[in-house]
Write a protein that binds this ligand. Sequence first.
Ligand SMILES: Cc1cc2nc3c(=O)[nH]c(=O)nc-3n(C[C@H](O)[C@H](O)[C@H](O)COP(=O)(O)O)c2cc1C
Length: 197
Amino acid sequence: MATTPKILAFAGSTRVESFNKKLVKIAAAGAGKAGAEVTLIDLRDFALPLYDGDLEERDGLPENAKKLKVLFLAHDGLLLSAPEYNSGITAVLKNTLDWVSRSESDEEKPLACYAGKVAGLMSASPGALGGLRGLFQVRAILGNIKVLVLPDQVAVAKAHEAFNPDGSLKDAKQQAAVEKLGATLAGTIAKLKGQTN
Ligand SMILES: Cc1cc2nc3c(=O)[nH]c(=O)nc-3n(C[C@H](O)[C@H](O)[C@H](O)COP(=O)(O)O)c2cc1C
């Protein structure tokens, strides 16, 4: 029986040196240690045009949206590190969520890529709030598209000073909290799948 939790992990930033990419990698490692199979992706590899209904009607879904849908469908949960732009969700993340939400046929159930998934959220920002305000939006959006979002979340403030050169967090407690977020997600999915670990 396929009971191993499968988690798709990514950041809501395409920036090469993204703090959120670093952060989600830590949570992904925590989930892996807790027994999950984690697929870490970079949205930079899945460039998409801005969602446009006319474009969709004319050409259907872009290839990268189709690839992302396949990935979402193949996983039970999401680990998401979401930066905050002007106190809200980044355009690249919202655009990705929008394209992935689109059905390709009448047979495909609405929100098939999201329904029943569990998500763990985190954020990192050079600011004092660590991107916390954006997380409220991401949480609300995911909840509205049938994703169960874990109550625990981590926001890393002063992100430009927070990481060691090896990608770990300087603050050991924060490092542990982010790893634990990944582990909690893995454990929650395992329980929902009827596993006992
Ligand atoms: C358009 C724009 C708006 C931003 N607004 C905020 C903000 O409201 N709050 C905040 O903490 N940081 C804000 N920032 C700074 C980002 O947190 C910072 O660029 C961060 O490094 C982005 O995440 P990344 O490192 O994962 O790419 C903003 C950056 C940009 C480009």
